[in-house]
Design a protein. Sequence first.
Length: 416
Amino acid sequence: TSTQIFKGVFIKEEKDFLVLKLSNGYNIGVAKRNIKSKKGVGKVKPAKEEAKKEKPNAKLPLVSLLHTGGTIASKVDYSTGAVIAKFTPEDIIELFPELKSMVNIHSKLISNMMSENMRFSHYNLIANAIVGEIKKGVKGVIITHGTDTLHYTAAALSFILENLSIPVILVGSQRSSDRPSSDSAVNLISAAMFIASAKTGGIFVCMHENPDDDTCLIIEGVNARKMHTSRRDAFRPINKGLVARINYNNKKVEWLKDLKKSEGKLNLKLFNEKIKIGLVKSYPNMFANELECFKHFDGLVIEGTGLGHLGFIETDKFTKENKRIGKVLEQLAKKMLVVMTSQTLYGRIDMNVYTPGKKLLEMGVLGNYTDMTPETAYIKLAWLLSNYKKEEAKKLFGKDLRGEISDRSEKEFFLV
C-alpha cells in the first residue's frame, strides 16, 4: 500500500479485499483500493509433521476410530490457515495424549463430509466398516461425526446392527482439536473411558452434559437428539434416561442404567438406498397438495401436533381444505405406511383420546402409543421397508426393537 508493505501467505480474495496470513500467525484483510502493487514470491507447502510412532500397550484394550467428517480429528495448519485432517493413530495420540493411558488406537478414514449431506448409502458404509473392525477383535468403536444429523446416524446404526456385542460411540465437536476452545478432547476421551469400562454392546452418543468441560453423557442412539444449534450440551435423551455419566476430571464412569447383553450372532440389515420416506410437519393452514407430493413415496412420517393430530376436519366455511387433506391422507394410507409422531418430542402418541385421532386410526395411520422422536421414526420406517415386506413392516413399526419405544412414560425423563 502507499503506507506499508505486507508480506505473508495469501489465504483468499474477496470482492473488496485480500486476506493474508502474517508470520505472527494473524490474518489481515487489505482493501483492494489501497493496494498499489502485489508480487508473488513463492509457494508455501502445508506442514508435514511426522508424529512419533507409539508402541501399543498390550495391557490396554484396542479401540477403532472411524472418521466420517467434522472437526474432531482435524487441526489448523498455521502456515496456510487451512484446517487439515490428521488421522493416523500417531496423529490422534498427538492430538489427544491422554488416550495413551486408556486404550490403543486404530484409526480409519471412512469419509470427510458435512453430516447434512449423508444418505442411506453412508449408513451402510459405516455399518460395514464397524463389522470389519469387530472382526479385528476391537473392544469398541468411536465414530467421529458432524453434529447436525448425528442422531439420524445413531438411530440408523442401531437398527442396522442387530445383536451388537461391543459399544459403538458417536462423538462430535464444534472446534478443531488444537484450539483451546475445542470440545473434541473431552468428548473423545470420555467415549474411550466408557468403552474401556463397558461390558455390553450398543450404539451410543457421547457429548457434553453442560457447557463446561466437566462431564459427558452417554445416550442410547435411538433416543438421542440435537436440541440446540450451537451449545456444547446440545444432545439430550428424549423420553428415556441416561446410560452413563463420564466425569472427565476424575476419570470415573457413573453407570445410570443396566443394559442387557446382546444374545445371538451379529446380524447386518442394511438400508435400501432407493427407499423414499417423507417427513412432514402438521401446522395450521395446510393444503392438500402438500401431502399429494408424497404419493410416489414408499412411506410417510407425520410430525403431528399434541397427541398426534393433523387438521383434516371440516368444521365451517373456512375449513373446506381440511376435508381435502383428509381425503388425500386416506388415499396415501391405502398405498403406503403412514405413521404419526409428535412435534412435542416428549410424551406418547395417543390417537384414541379425540374423535379425529380415532378417524386417523381408521384410515390406517400407525404409531399409536409410541414415543419415538420424529427422526427415529423416520429412520425406523425406512429401515423396516428396506428389510421387510409391507405387512410385516406394519406389524413391527409399533414394536420396540432397539429401545426406541419405552414401556411407560416416566416424568423424570422430561427435559433431562
